[in-house]
Design a protein around this ligand. Structure first.
Ligand SMILES: NC(=O)C1=CN([C@@H]2O[C@H](COP(=O)(O)OP(=O)(O)OC[C@H]3O[C@@H](n4cnc5c(N)ncnc54)[C@H](OP(=O)(O)O)[C@@H]3O)[C@@H](O)[C@H]2O)C=CC1
Ligand SMILES: O=C1O[C@H](COP(=O)(O)O)[C@@H](O)[C@H](O)[C@H]1O
Length: 510
């Protein structure tokens, strides 16, 4: 069934793209400017903000990396913006935006370079009227996070006063385990106040992730059944059909648990499971998320599964196995798939298992939350031609990507003289209701950071709490070698992941 009766016009959708406030004048300084993230995501996102009139008039972007790319950086970024789609080369705004994209070359460990950068930014303040406000974005490998922050501090670039602000966005992964996350937190807290730090998780910038909260707390009918009395279990899947896309060295050290499960999936889980905050503001939202993570019981390693893909076929194309990827060890023990069963020990969720999984080179790309409700207590249609022994449970699917939307599966009578029941779907599609969007999730987060709103960013204790849950699993896995590869590229992962649910009489939904 298609979405019908959407009472929102294209004009309303357009109007909603405006925030009440436009950020103050500022310079966005991106470290790691020649990297993949800057070109594919950050500059396109900043331009989407420009398109939507959400950037201040007095604004500039400065890319920082080691090679001298002064001549090619702006055209290269323009190319990235155009490739991202949703932009016409002739747009007047594009030229205006690109004129404000600058480049500064320095090694990250070069003090002289930082001193010159400070002077360069001060010059740009005069040219663009950006008033000393800075948003530094560390789009760099994690080993540089603390070092760059300290160098910014040492060169007098992190101090705030009543006249200007300084904020720092730090990319993921934020640490590799509990100890390293704590160390990183304490290192950056030596230089920055907590309200200057914006630990980014781009999943929180996705409209459909934010919509989990709107769905739950912006409607009256779902919250009363959103608990152990009505819900049988919840599954969260973050499946990718792509492999590691040339990021061998990064992925070898990371793996699926560190790359996606500890951050993106745990963020989504907190939105699904949290209590309603008093207001949708940074502190109350963060408190409720933290309460969820803190209520998760320690996860026994028997409640986990891991896998690594071997060669296979994805979307009709033969692909190599993980161990054959560029710059990956032929004996790698890195997991490209991770799954686990979690229990949240609180009043709302006691006894409701949460099964989560993430992996690369799976059958298809899908990120979704699947909520399976308890079956009706009695099959009153038995004997009247209904067929099945038990009635099927209702299943609510919150599809984050692709084809974002919400689907409710329920039983309906098949027309005819007997009472047979078929499962049918009620569908809401984001694209149908609101039109297609070229936003990549970073727009909202960049804008919020410029506005100083940390609601959709991770905070210190939250990051450490999720690492505290995951670190014992990583240690147990490290101590126990696996016979990899154990799933074919293009499949749904290792059989251990299926067994995790089969033991409980359940199965993955996708
Ligand atoms: N790419 C993605 O889709 C995602 C990335 N991230 C995170 O974002 C961060 C950046 O990722 P990504 O863009 O892929 O990384 P890349 O490896 O593509 O880019 C790294 C950047 O850092 C620069 N650099 C490295 N060493 C130095 C140095 N010593 N001095 C100066 N510049 C240096 C590189 O410059 P040069 O070109 O000169 O070497 C390059 O600009 C990482 O933390 C990653 O985990 C998070 C989510 C998704
Ligand atoms: O952070 C990361 O996320 C991407 C998946 O992001 P999505 O927005 O495409 O779902 C993942 O491919 C990458 O390995 C990871 O570092």
């Amino acid at each position: 069934m298609a979405t019908t009766g959407i009472n929102v016009s294209p004009e309303q959708v357009e109007a909603n793209k405006c925030k009440e406030s436009i950020p103050e004048p500022c310079i966005v300084v991106i470290f790691g400017a020649s990297g993949d993230l800057t070109k594919r995501k950050l500059l396109p996102a900043l331009y989407h903000l420009e398109q939507a009139n959400l950037l201040p008039e007095n604004f500039a972007v400065v890319g920082v990396a080691r090679r001298d790319l002064s001549a090619t950086f702006a055209p290269d970024m323009k190319d990235g913006i155009l490739k991202g789609g949703g932009v016409d080369e002739k747009e007047e705004k594009l030229g205006k935006f690109i004129d404000r994209v600058k480049y500064f070359a320095t090694e990250f460990d070069n003090d002289e370079g930082f001193e010159k950068l400070k002077a360069y930014l001060a010059d740009l303040d005069k040219q663009f009227g950006t008033k000393g406000n800075r948003l530094f974005y560390l789009a760099v490998a994690p080993e540089f996070f603390a070092d760059i922050t300290h160098r910014l501090g040492n060169h007098g670039m992190t101090g705030e006063d009543g006249d200007h602000w300084v904020r720092v966005i730090i990319e993921k992964p934020f640490g590799t385990d509990l100890e390293s996350a704590k160390k990183l937190n304490s290192e950056i807290n030596q230089v920055l106040k907590e309200d200057q730090i914006f630990r980014i998780d781009h999943y929180l910038g996705k409209e459909t992730v934010q919509n989990i909260l709107v769905f739950r707390f912006g409607n009256g009918i779902f919250e009363p059944i959103w608990n152990r009395n009505y819900i049988d279990h919840i599954q969260i899947t973050a499946a990718e059909s792509i492999g590691i896309e040339g990021r061998g060295p990064f992925y070898e050290a990371a793996g699926a648990l560190r790359d996606v499960l500890q951050n993106h999936v745990m963020e989504v889980l907190s939105f699904v499971a949290m209590e309603p905050p008093d207001v949708f503001e940074s502190a109350p939202v963060r408190i409720e998320k933290l309460k969820v993570w803190k209520a998760i019981s320690p996860i026994p390693v028997e409640n986990t599964a891991r896998g690594q893909y071997g060669p296979g076929n994805v979307d009709g194309e033969d692909v190599k196995g993980y161990r054959q990827e560029d710059r990956v060890s032929p004996e790698s023990q890195t997991e490209t798939f991770a799954a686990m069963k979690l229990e949240i020990d609180n009043w709302r969720w006691a006894g409701v298992p949460f099964y989560i999984r993430a992996g690369k080179r799976l059958k298809t790309r899908v990120t979704e939350v699947v909520i399976t409700f308890k079956r009706p207590p009695l099959h009153i249609f038995q004997g009247s031609g209904a067929g099945a022994e038990q009635l099927e449970p209702n299943v609510l699917t919150l599809r984050i990507q692709p084809d974002d939307g919400i689907k409710l599966k329920f039983g309906a009578k098949i027309p005819g003289p007997t009472t047979n029941i078929a499962q049918v779907n009620m569908n809401f599609s984001y694209a149908e209701a609101f039109g297609k969007s070229s936003a990549n999730g970073y727009e909202r987060l960049l804008l919020d950071a410029m506005l100083g709103d940390g609601t959709l960013f991770a905070e210190r204790e939250g990051v450490e709490t999720t690492w505290a849950l995951m670190t014992p699993i990583l240690e147990a896995w490290k101590a126990q070698k696996k016979d990899f590869p154990n799933y074919d590229a293009g499949s749904w992962g290792p059989k251990e992941a299926d067994e995790l649910l089969e033991r409980d009489g359940r199965a993955w939904q996708a």
